[in-house]
Write a protein that binds this ligand. Structure first.
Ligand code: UDP
Length: 451
């Protein structure tokens, strides 16, 4: 059968939307190149992605459930991703995932893959693989800039200077944002899981990025990380014209003029404060531009979305704007010809999706890696950041002004053409990165067999 000749790859993404999507897209690509993929995640997550592979029956992607052991009663039942999870429960989810490692070990033993591909927070995955003499490669789903900062902090090579001194101020905020839970490194020292994951990767680390976007950061990485750095991006949510075509959102967008509407979304796990929500609402109103705004409320603070917005906001904007509760088909919206800009928190997938469709970015980074990704967006010239004041507060006039600049003013011409240029580059690259990766994997797995 196809399966018995194919190289078998077991993939284990972290439990967040922004990680599962690139892993799934990589799985789909590899499966067309004579790899048999086992994509391992919790049953709840697998159910949510099932229809994204079932349409293409020929794909050799098998979904393999990993059951999280019962955890502390704190974690709401069925909460298997960070989506909508209050931030204080993140450590609980991390612990639950970690304690599934014995089950992962059993899966490795049963499936006997030729290769394991794992994410950034689970150093036990490559450890288990090595117990079975199986190579394990890390796939970093964020950009290279973020990791170059992280590794600069973490590996602390005294003789290496940060190559981009202008970005030095970001180091402080990034240091505070890392999931920084120390673990024992076996030699009496403490390591973060992120660092352990990088160290344990067999020979190389994969990144969801590409040279034209992050060349200088990619070149910096090997100085601190002694692995081959393999950019395989952009791997983004593949859209399909038929999908969601009849949804109210796509119908609404279809009534708008070409290049007339901005999409406003802050990803699957960022929640605005009431104050931020107000400024953004007024900013959108002042901009005069059409918009689709995905408003997400924490599970605990859930009310009607309407109540979370300024009084009379929905009446005033009328047909000019659409407020969506919780979730919208982002990739389809970005691909639509009415869309002209993306007000984004600069999650890495969001940036890559925007560039794939040539949509310039109004950057409003919130936390974690986003401030650094926001700088990359500005640096490359595909977007403009909405600056915050010294207290990190947003300002409505400022928001409106940046939106207008990016989508319509003369001063934004270069940003718009740069975004289009990158989408053309992405189109031209096609499958080249994946071809390269296949070669790397074949070598790695053969070496594994001769050791
Ligand atoms: N997403 C979506 N609809 C939404 C919000 C998010 O489809 O309303 C998708 C988006 O297309 C992207 C992912 O969820 O693929 C979010 O990943 P990203 O890295 O941008 O941000 P995160 O959620 O990790 O902060």
């Amino acid at each position: 059968s196809k399966q018995s000749n194919a190289t078998k790859v077991l993939m284990l993404p972290w439990l967040a939307q922004g990680h599962i999507t690139p892993f799934l897209e990589l799985a789909k690509k590899l499966s067309t190149k004579d790899f048999h993929i086992y994509l391992c995640s919790t049953p709840i997550i697998l159910t949510s992605i099932h229809n994204r592979i079932s349409k293409t029956q020929s794909l050799s992607v098998e979904l393999v459930p990993l059951h999280l052991p019962p955890t502390s009663p704190e974690l709401p039942p069925h909460h298997h991703t960070t989506n909508g999870l209050p931030p204080h429960l993140l450590p609980t989810l991390m612990n639950a995932f970690d304690s599934a490692s014995p089950e992962f070990s059993k899966l490795v033993q049963t499936l006997r893959p030729d290769l394991v591909i794992y994410d950034f927070l689970q150093p036990w995955a490559p450890t288990i693989a090595s117990e079975f003499n199986i190579p394990a490669v890390e796939f970093v789903t964020t950009g290279a800039a973020v990791v170059s900062f992280f590794s600069f902090l973490a590996f602390k090579k005294p003789d290496v200077e940060l190559p981009f001194p202008e970005l030095q101020p970001l180091l402080g905020s990034f240091r505070n944002a890392q999931p920084n839970r120390p673990v024992d490194d076996g030699g009496g020292g403490k390591q973060t899981p992120m660092l352990e994951c990088m160290k344990k990767s067999s020979k190389m680390i994969l990144f969801n990025t590409f040279r034209e976007l992050e060349g200088k950061y990619l070149d910096y990485l090997p100085i601190s990380i002694e692995k081959k750095i393999v950019p395989i991006g952009p791997l983004v949510h593949e859209t399909d014209h038929e999908e969601n075509k009849d949804s109210a959102i796509m119908q609404w967008l279809g009534t708008k003029d070409e290049l007339s509407t901005v999409f406003v979304s802050f990803g699957s796990e960022s929640f605005l404060s009431k104050e931020e929500r107000e400024e953004i609402a007024h900013g959108l109103e002042l901009s005069g531009v059409n918009f689709i705004w995905v408003v997400r409320l924490l599970v605990g603070e859930r009310t009607e979305v309407e109540e979370a917005l300024p009084v009379g906001f929905l009446e005033r904007i009328g047909q000019r704007g659409l407020v969506v509760d919780s979730w919208a088909p982002q990739a389809q919206i970005l691909a639509h010809s009415s869309t002209c800009g993306f007000v984004s928190h600069c999650g890495w997938n969001s940036i890559l999706e925007s560039l794939k469709f040539g949509v310039p970015i109004i950057a409003m980074p919130m936390k974690h890696d986003q401030p650094i990704s926001g700088k990359v967006v500005e640096d490359v010239g595909v977007g403009v950041e909405v600056k915050r004041d010294e207290n990190r507060k947003l300002n409505r006039e400022n928001i409106a002004q940046v939106i207008r600049k990016v989508v319509k003013d003369e001063s934004g011409v270069r940003v718009r053409s740069k975004a289009r240029e990158l989408s053309e580059i992405i189109r031209m690259k096609g499958e080249k990165a994946i071809h390269g990766l296949v070669q790397e994997f074949v070598q790695l797995c053969n070496q594994g067999k001769t050791i």
